[in-house]
Design a protein around this ligand. Structure first.
Ligand code: ADP
Ligand code: MG
Length: 254
């Protein structure tokens, strides 16, 4: 079943300096349970595209549907995770994760049970009562992921969520997210400019061209090796990496 359908979406920004076509006639879909990654050079329109799917930005033309419903505004059917952790600093890990459930009017006991289940899933058991300031960057982002998952959205939209983390923490987070998405069967649209990250996480990688952003090539990722740090030097992994790099290098201008 198709969870997300992006059809002929374009975005033109008009400002004092003229007009910028950020996204140009982009079409793709994401099936239920699929993990789709978009890679592309900086400024190619990745965030603009994700924000249109999230309903934070409107498309100049084209349509987006999530679970068959047209997207016109932000909604609980799409859970967004950004690079900034966007946690409430005055709320504990558990209260942050419970937040959306509280907004939905779930009784306290029920939402604590759900929150604790997702806190366990992201490996933060024991930190339920910690405040965001007491957590490392990776732990903050795991809290943000637990909070988004707890709302049980139709699709998870992630815009370079690990971009602010150091290289090693990043790989740990990638391994964990790969495992979490496998366990939960979540449908994910993930954006990154990191090729390793795209291959480790994606079932399919869409490569965008430099501005105006179009989808230049689609690469299915059918890795037989484990999706963890050991994959990074696996010949199969490196073969796919070269394929993606070749396409991206054509986009490189200095
Ligand atoms: P990416 O996430 O791939 O780095 P963005 O989607 O952020 O790219 O930006 C794509 C292009 O659109 C860039 O040239 C950027 O300057 C432009 N852009 C993004 N947002 C706006 C805006 N609100 N107004 C005008 N131009 C914008
Ligand atoms: Mg961006």
């Amino acid at each position: 079943m198709e969870k997300l359908c992006v059809s002929d979406v374009s975005k033109i920004f008009t400002g004092k300096g003229g007009t910028v076509t950020a996204v140009d006639k982009v079409s793709f879909s994401v099936e239920e349970g699929e993990f789709v990654v978009i890679v592309g050079p900086s400024g190619c329109g990745k965030s603009t595209l994700l924000n249109i799917v999230g309903g934070l930005e409107s498309a100049t033309s084209g349509t987006v549907t999530v679970a068959g419903k047209a997207v016109t505004e932000p909604g609980a059917d799409r859970g967004m995770v950004f690079q900034g952790y966007s946690l409430f600093p005055w709320l504990t890990v558990r209260k942050n994760v419970e937040f959306g459930l509280k907004m939905k009017g779930l009784p306290a006991q029920e939402r604590t049970a759900i929150a604790d289940q997702f806190i366990r899933l992201v490996g933060l058991s024991g930190f339920e009562n910690a405040l965001p300031d007491e957590l490392s960057g990776g732990m903050k982002q795991r809290t943000a992921i637990a909070r988004t998952l707890a709302n049980q959205p139709e699709i998870l939209l992630m815009d370079e969520p690990f971009g602010a983390l150091d290289a090693q923490t990043r790989v740990v987070m990638q391994e964990q997210l790969a495992e979490i998405s496998r366990k939960t069967g979540s449908t994910v649209l993930f954006i990154t400019h990191d090729i390793d990250e795209a291959i480790l996480l994606g079932n399919r990688v869409l490569i965008m061209s430099r501005r105006p952003g179009r989808i230049k090539k689609v690469i299915p990722i059918d890795l037989k090796c484990a999706r963890d740090h050991t994959a990074l030097i696996d010949p199969e992994f490196l073969h796919i990496k070269k394929q993606i790099m070749d396409v991206l290098w054509e986009e490189q201008t200095v």
